[in-house]
Design a binder for this molecule. Structure first.
Ligand SMILES: Nc1ccn([C@@H]2O[C@H](COP(=O)(O)OP(=O)(O)OP(=O)(O)O)[C@@H](O)[C@H]2O)c(=O)n1
Ligand SMILES: C[C@](O)(CO)[C@H](O)COP(=O)(O)O
Length: 254
């Protein structure tokens, strides 16, 4: 590895406490009509509760900030009270914004002092295994200012000229080399000061927090993601999530 490609040293010490921001304020338009996506049931329990439990399963996590639908903070607080969650973890609920980026910023603004590592995790990725969470935290502790869990792609990807009218054929303009591409998941992990600076500095459309850190000119590193950390986006994803959960329950004997 050349000096240039080394991650910049993170300000987060090895003993740093970890907080998680869970953006859960989206509508879930692509999933179809119904309650806000994070509040919809998966195996009889709201998707958000699965995501909260997945984060709190890491012994390194001491605080979870849930960013609720703008008019749903009271409902989310009641849900957290009604479900068993680890006692070692504190919980905060704040109302979210109009975009994922805005919701994450509102969650960050609510973070008390004393947590120097921050993870951002989609409520829409309810089944991420704890080993993936811990791998991300460890990479931040090891000095990376920003860490993403990532998987190789199974499909070939084409860059197109987007159609002006939906359904029209789209000219293909390039085929990026698949071996160098990764599908990026959450939780994404950050040295807190880096993430705060990114959210205070970077404007414009971004689809993930690590992308904002890239725009600061800092190095983002990828660690292995997990197939079960997929995002519930469309109806078929919910079918898969139910199947994964049913298999886990069978394996765990309950
Ligand atoms: N204004 C928003 C929009 C999204 N999110 C959260 O960001 C995560 C990833 O977003 P996505 O899967 O795209 O969720 P939605 O925005 O709800 O989906 P859609 O685009 O289909 O409406 C989700 O946990 C979602 O709740 C958020 O907190 N605030
Ligand atoms: C953050 C993310 O989950 C990483 O893959 C993704 O970018 C969120 O995108 P969305 O369009 O808001 O679902």
């Amino acid at each position: 590895m050349s000096d240039d490609s080394r991650p910049s040293p993170s300000a987060a010490p090895a003993t740093a406490r970890t907080a998680v921001v869970i953006p859960a304020a989206g509508r879930g338009v692509r999933l179809g009509p119904g309650a806000p996506k994070a509040l919809r049931a998966l195996g009889g329990t709201p998707m958000l509760i699965h995501a909260v439990r997945a984060m709190a399963a890491s012994r390194a996590v001491s605080l979870v900030v849930v960013v609720a639908p703008p008019d749903g903070a009271a409902e989310v607080k009641s849900l957290l009270d009604a479900h068993a969650l680890p006692e070692r973890t504190d919980f905060l609920v704040v109302p979210g914004g109009q975009s994922r980026q805005e919701s994450v910023k509102l969650g960050l603004d609510a973070l008390p002092q004393g947590h120097d590592i921050v993870l951002v995790h989609d409520a829409a990725r309810p089944l991420v295994p704890v080993d993936t969470v811990d791998a991300v935290i460890e990479a931040v502790r090891d000095g990376a200012p920003a860490v993403v869990p990532a998987l190789p792609l199974a499909d070939t990807v084409k860059q197109v000229e987007p159609a002006r009218t939906p359904g029209e054929p789209e000219p293909v303009v390039a085929t990026p080399e698949r071996a160098r591409l990764r599908a990026v998941q959450t939780p994404q992990g950050f040295d807190r000061a880096t993430l705060v600076r990114a959210h205070e500095t970077v404007t414009g459309d971004v689809t993930d927090d690590a992308g904002m850190v890239e725009q600061l000119g800092l190095t983002v590193v990828a660690v292995p993601g997990h197939e079960e950390a997929f995002k519930v986006t469309r109806p078929l994803d919910l079918v898969l999530a139910e199947a994964v959960l049913a298999r886990r329950r069978l394996n765990d004997g309950f």
